[in-house]
Design a protein around this ligand. Sequence first.
Ligand SMILES: NC(=O)c1ccc[n+]([C@@H]2O[C@H](COP(=O)([O-])OP(=O)(O)OC[C@H]3O[C@@H](n4cnc5c(N)ncnc54)[C@H](O)[C@@H]3O)[C@@H](O)[C@H]2O)c1
Length: 371
Amino acid sequence: MSALRVGLLGYGRIAEAVHLPILTGLPGVEIVGIAEADPARRAEALRRAPRAVASASFEHILCRPDVDAVVICLPPALHADAAVAALEAGKHVYLEKPIATTLGDARRVLEASRHSPAVAMIGFNFRFSPLYRAARREIQAGALGELVGVRSVFAASSRRLPPWKQTREGGGGALLDLASHHVDLVRFLTGREVREVFAAVRSQRSEADTATLHLRLADGLLVQSFVSLSAVDEDRLDIYGQAGGLAVDRYRSLGVETTRAGRPVRRTDWLLAPLRPLARGASLLGRLRAPSYEPSYRAALAHFVAAARAHRPTSPSFLDGSISLAVVEAAEESARTGRAVLCPSILVDDAADRPPQATRPELSEATPQEA
Ligand SMILES: NC(=O)c1ccc[n+]([C@@H]2O[C@H](COP(=O)([O-])OP(=O)(O)OC[C@H]3O[C@@H](n4cnc5c(N)ncnc54)[C@H](O)[C@@H]3O)[C@@H](O)[C@H]2O)c1
């Protein structure tokens, strides 16, 4: 099978730390084009991928017939235009989250994707995290019994933010930047859609840099989330069921921590706790080798590359990206009005005319190993 010839659109913080190093190391991938507006960054990208053609404009890369696929790492306000143009040019698209900054733009992207045979995948890479996959297996196996509730925190330490991240219009704010991931993970882990949202936001260092969300899922399951761009680095989900609970701390744990309901805490629980990492040596090695110590980025990109080379539909899909954005917009409306808001009908309408092979893409059984 011939190599997938990839154009990287945007060479900022995440593309430098994650996408370019991963793509240059993936078998069956050739980086043939780089679009980056900033000349110094463009020169740096070319140093790392010397055989690529570089341009200040992504449109220029999309015109090239030798580009089969693009990986879009531009600021979010450019995502919709770049993805639509790429699909219209017949390129496979890996689009970083969020799919767009407005649901109207997300619908344009969905529409372009429906009319294109190209493979399209949204960058909800955490679905490929071994931790979340293990948690999902536990839930699906019934280890927690009937689910009761979910609590989640996704926060980052106060850092200098790029201009786009400081305003909602540019694609920033904790809801779009962070909650979009956790909304998707809640859907991925529980297999349920979000029906209703109640949210509050606060602006301290930048616009809407902190938010709380209360979600009610389709069967009544309750979710409470805290997201902030101005706190400490934390990414944690606790899922409670009638038979037990599980916790995933993405930055600090090497495995899913489980608790059985009704089991008393024993002395050995905390005496043995420091030894647990030794029993998880394989996970430890995987983490140490991964860019940003996060193996899901490589697994997600490898999955996209395999799907694009085989012309096979894949997930997470642009519909998953749109559903997450719909929940974010409902949260913003709730914060503005002070009322709980029902999630818009994109969840129903678009699910109804989904092609059969993509049925429930959010619950795809594809594993990173298949990539
Ligand atoms: N999946 C994840 O976990 C994850 C993590 C971080 C960032 N992201 C997403 O990746 C995207 C990029 O984030 P970032 O932190 O790297 O931002 P960034 O601001 O560091 O990088 C964006 C780059 O795009 C360039 N650019 C802007 N306009 C351009 C244009 N018209 N043509 C070509 N280049 C242009 C900028 O010069 C900059 O280098 C965002 O959408 C963000 O949400 C996803």
